[in-house]
Design a protein around this ligand. Sequence first.
Ligand SMILES: COc1cc(COC(=O)c2cn[nH]c2)cc(-c2cccnc2)c1
Length: 241
Amino acid sequence: MKIDVVTVFPEYLAPLDLSLIGRARERGMLDLNVHDLRRWTHDVHHSVDGAPAGGGAGMVMKPQPWGECFDELIPGEAKPHLLVTSPAGRPFTQAMAHDLAAEPWLMFACGRYEGIDQRVVDYAAERMEVTEVSIGDYVLFGGEVAVLAIIEAVTRLVPGVLGNAASLDDESHNAGVLEAPAYTRPAEWRGHEIPPVLLSGDHGKVDRWRREQALLRTARARPDLLARLDPGSLDKRDRLL
Ligand SMILES: COc1cc(COC(=O)c2cn[nH]c2)cc(-c2cccnc2)c1
């Protein structure tokens, strides 16, 4: 998978050099490059923003650097899926992460200030798929934090990046319910014990317990997810919960 990130704060994306993503890049499983938008400015101040047309507070990212960035990074027929992280975007979900993990080329545009001149999105949408994506209903200083979250969620689904694919089997938001609570040694810690069923060695009982705990946890923390759950995906025992 090829990923490009365009930002005025490339150092914000330094965590992508670490851990599993860093290893996947070294192994050539991820062709990930971070680009400084100021590379495509020509004035002495390398300015990337301008006063908002029509007045108002703050600044807006001007279109010219983005246009020249696209010209250089997208020279030929092959086009990326352009993702603009923004409070006005479509809510990012695990389902979207799976869809994006199947794409050959993603390009992330990190907005700053009050946003990016709308013509950048409109111009890009004439040439490639463009999706505005939100990681939550709040406003950040810039899109970089959202891009880090999305890249992490997407790249861990790319075959071979995570290493032990089994970890993907029971993860949250897969079957539409949250994960069961997890425990490890010691069996007793500061007066709290591991639920005995997990030490029973009876894998059938353990699976049932985990399924029940996952449903209870989801009902408590995210009843909205239960409402969306396909009843057909619950076996008859679950419906008794
Ligand atoms: C591309 O346009 C942007 C991007 C961002 C940074 O992203 C987020 O905040 C975000 C991403 N998911 N959830 C939040 C912030 C604004 C913005 C809007 C209004 C006032 N101030 C700033 C506009």
